[in-house]
Design a protein around this ligand. Structure first.
Ligand code: 6GU
Length: 233
């Protein structure tokens, strides 16, 4: 199965970088993921390239118009069935690991990036199926948020990571923070690696890592332990 993302934006250059490197590039090279960027400007309503206009009722800030967005989305929907049309907005549902896990099961996803004062409300009413925020702060546009969302989905698609178990041991995958990790040298200027990790006793190492995860979560993110979603409760 191949996951296809169609990302609609008026700032496509903000999204060319993130997908051209490392894991996200490899996922595309392996044929597991396709990412298509659509420049909203190419769907402008006139030859001046207009895609936004003043808000009815007044006030500062421009609103992305419905016509260019409708033309773009309808063009895509004429080609294939989409499982989700996601609008990136600070007033959306906050992205977390369970949401990324659910979205990673979908095959065709449209992501619409907002800008300026946002999009005409009728876009949200007529076309959008999901509204997603990446946290309680405001970004200047939805592009960086879209890159974050796509990354969180792509890296858990089976086959994308080399070691398939590695996404499962992430922080948050079971609502626990990840344990600390160490590599060579075993001693750096008198700072030694915990001895258990050098023991070769895999069950003991796993037990230690789990205990470290629980301790770190209690110390740094106790809220995760009271959500009744993790495996210790
Ligand atoms: Cl999705 N968009 C914008 N503009 N700001 C955000 C966000 C999205 N998520 C958090 N802040």
């Amino acid at each position: 199965m191949k996951t296809r993302f169609d990302i609609i934006t008026c700032q496509p250059h903000l999204l060319t970088g993130p997908f051209d490197h490392s894991i996200l590039k490899r996922a595309q090279d392996k044929g597991l993921v396709e990412i298509h960027l659509h420049d909203l400007r190419q769907y402008a309503i006139n030859k001046h390239g207009q895609i936004d206009d003043y808000a009815f009722g007044g006030g500062a800030g421009m609103v992305l118009m419905i016509e260019p967005i409708a033309k773009c989305i309808r063009g895509l929907q004429a080609e294939r069935q989409y499982d989700a049309v996601i609008y990136m907005t600070p007033d959306g549902q906050t992205l977390n690991q369970p949401m990324a896990n659910r979205l990673s099961l979908l095959q065709n996803i449209i992501i619409l990036c907002g800008h300026y004062k946002g999009v005409d409300q009728r876009v949200r009413d007529l076309f959008v199926t999901h509204e997603v925020s990446i946290g309680d702060y405001v970004l200047s546009g939805g592009e960086l948020a879209a890159a974050v969302l796509a990354d969180s989905i792509i890296r858990i698609i089976p086959g994308v990571l080399n070691d398939e178990s590695s996404a499962l041991s992430d922080s948050f995958q079971d609502n626990l923070l990840a344990p600390p990790v160490y590599s060579r040298p075993a001693d750096f200027e008198g700072h030694a690696v915990p001895e258990i990790l050098l023991s070769g006793n895999t069950p003991k190492v796993e037990e230690w890592r789990f205990e470290q995860s629980v301790q770190r979560t209690k110390a740094l993110r106790p809220d995760l332990l009271t959500d009744n979603k993790n495996i210790t409760s």
